[in-house]
Design a protein around this ligand. Structure first.
Ligand code: NA7
Length: 549
């Protein structure tokens, strides 16, 4: 860490309107506003949508729900909230998550500090006055000392590079822009491109609503059953009594889940025991299959192969038509090289008479037509096309704001890939603080968000105590963190993600540098590094104060 005193002339005395402007009213923005309040700082959220929710404001497609258990998909900082809020289901739907965030906003009286319908398009650093000048799409200009991004990591959709998208005469609906008033699909022929987490959640619901559903699949995914269920009062009371243990588990788990390590590896058990363990975790549902079965799934190919064999057998048992089951069975890449997908009756949906699976690997898409889609070997007609083709992960949202730092734009700075400390700060952009910026941990997001917000809070508190006004990641710190994010990917089976187009490593977007977009060394290691930064007086950051202090 370096500490600099800035000459008096450089503190010209232009006062910012706000101590902090926060972009985005999802978990990150809301939690940040609360933290700023604790520090006595004047914060304001600028949010493009008309309500809180962040990713859950935009992703309201049929079937949208979290893949994390509700009791761990929430804030831990307020016991009152934890005790007063009742989760209706094991995995909350998008509207439940929005309701939860509304509840938090009202409980803390934050609504007046959120400016809805406000899209930020530019943020320019004024170094001389130590402020950021933030411009909205309506032309409003606001100023702040700290420009804090809470943009979400899967925000900017990627549209497929398919010929004739403009030729299609029916309706095209991108999944994360689903209309609030919903789409009436009754009696319609619907098609969907994309079988990632979004497509897998949506497909069973679309199949129920539409007259016919055609699914265009390019790469089959390892889909684990959620085993979602309603929670009754007894389970809710148990959860509420258990919160201290839940928080302790989430903070110590590699992916921020309230789970314990399996405590065993591949060689510890016989084949029959292994089968029984997989069976039990499959029945338990969701990520338990991955994180509570064997601790070497990510590092021992045999362990990974055993898990993937088991999943393929489950697909074959569930789907009646074995040709369809085979098309749905992932092969040639390890479990976790792509983010595993959690489904709700996904494979069962292919037993319906009104669902058709088209494999676009063996019969590639040629383009859209006026009435549907043509592949090399066939033509399909439909009225509505749903695009669930993914996101420009981690950096995508930053490309939509023209962020100008001391030496130029953020886009230029990240041309070869992002370089940050903990995804929080990047050299050349003083007082730009990012909550889950690129290279932050990938894990259960509310848990990661809360740690990062608390880390930013500790940084700002330390600055207040020492009279500092500027903070920025130093180049050495950013280089070190970037090298470490790459190193951990190489050390695990995640290194195979690039070959299968994983958005973890930017491989799903044309011309994007194939660099880790997240820190994949585990949430616990990430949190430890946050704490180590505090303990070393923020060794990867530089601070400056005005000479007036
Ligand atoms: P994903 O996981 O990136 O999935 C996108 C899907 O779209 C995936 O199946 C892609 O196939 C498919 N895709 C993309 N472009 C095409 C084209 N041109 N043709 C055919 N298929 C295509 O995004 P999601 O929204 O589902 O999930 C993102 C995260 O949101 C999720 O993990 C949760 O954290 C929430 P591919 O696999 O590339 O062959």
């Amino acid at each position: 860490m370096t500490r600099t005193d800035v000459s008096p002339e450089s503190h010209a005395g232009v006062q910012p309107d706000h101590d902090a402007l926060v972009v985005g009213a999802g978990f990150a923005g809301v939690r940040m506003l609360i933290e700023l309040g604790k520090l006595g700082l004047r914060g304001r959220i600028l949010e493009a949508g008309t309500a809180v929710g962040g990713t859950w404001y935009w992703n309201r497609y049929p079937g949208a729900r979290t893949d994390s258990m509700s009791w761990a998909y929430c804030f831990s900082f307020s016991d009152e909230i934890a005790q007063k809020w009742d989760w209706p289901e094991r995995y909350p739907s998008h509207d439940t998550v929005r309701a939860y965030l509304d509840f938090v906003v009202d409980k803390f009286g934050l609504r007046d500090d959120i400016q809805f319908g406000t899209k930020v398009v530019r943020a320019e650093r004024d170094e001389e006055n130590n402020l950021w000048r933030v411009t909205t799409a309506d032309g409003e200009v606001l100023t702040c000392t700290y420009f804090i991004t809470a943009l979400g990591t899967l925000t900017e959709p990627v549209l497929p590079d398919i010929a004739g998208l403009d030729k299609f005469g029916g309706h095209i609906q991108q999944s994360s822009r689903w209309p609030k008033e919903n789409l009436d699909l009754a009696g319609k022929r619907v098609a969907i491109i994309g079988t990632g987490s979004t497509g897998v959640q949506m497909i069973p619901e679309l199949a129920k609503q539409a007259a016919h559903l055609t699914v265009f699949q390019r790469t089959p995914n390892f889909v684990l059953p959620s085993q979602n269920r309603a929670l009754d009062d007894v389970s809710r009371d148990e959860i509420k009594a258990d919160y201290p243990a839940i928080w302790s588990q989430t903070r110590n788990h590699s992916f921020g889940f309230p789970m314990s390590p399996a405590g065993r590896v591949y060689d510890d058990v016989t084949d029959a025991e292994r089968e029984a363990i997989f069976e039990e975790k499959w029945a338990k549902g969701g990520f338990y299959f991955v994180f509570e079965s064997f601790d070497d799934i990510l590092t021992d190919q045999r362990s990974n192969d055993a898990a993937t064999d088991f999943i393929r057998r489950k697909i074959s048992e569930t789907v009646k038509d074995q040709a369809v089951a085979e098309l749905l069975s992932p092969r040639g890449y390890p479990l976790l090289a792509k983010r595993p997908v959690i489904g709700n009756g996904y494979f069962e949906t292919y037993n319906r008479d009104n669902v058709l699976l088209v494999d676009t690997k063996s019969d590639p898409i040629v383009g859209l037509t006026e009435t549907g889609l043509r592949t090399q070997n066939a033509e399909y007609e439909f009225d509505v096309l749903v695009l669930a083709t993914g996101f420009d992960a981690a950096t995508g949202a930053f490309t939509k704001i023209d962020i100008q730092g001391t030496g130029g734009s953020l886009l230029d700075a990240w041309k070869e890939g992002p370089s940050t400390v903990l995804g929080v700060s990047t050299p050349g952009f003083p007082n730009l603080l990012m909550i889950t910026g690129p290279q932050a941990a990938f894990a259960n997001m509310p848990v990661v968000i809360e740690e990062i917000v608390e880390f930013i809070g500790r940084t700002l508190a330390s600055m207040q105590a020492n009279g500092f006004e500027r903070v920025v990641a130093n180049i050495e710190g950013a280089e070190k963190w970037t090298a470490h994010t790459e190193e951990v990917v190489q050390m695990s089976l995640l290194r195979e993600g690039g070959a299968v187009g994983s958005w973890f490593v930017g491989a799903n977007v044309k011309d994007k540098p194939n660099k880790p977009m997240y820190y994949l060394g585990g949430a616990k290691a990430f949190f430890d590094e946050c704490h180590r930064q505090v303990d070393t007086e923020f060794e990867s950051f530089d601070f400056a104060r005005s000479a007036e202090h």
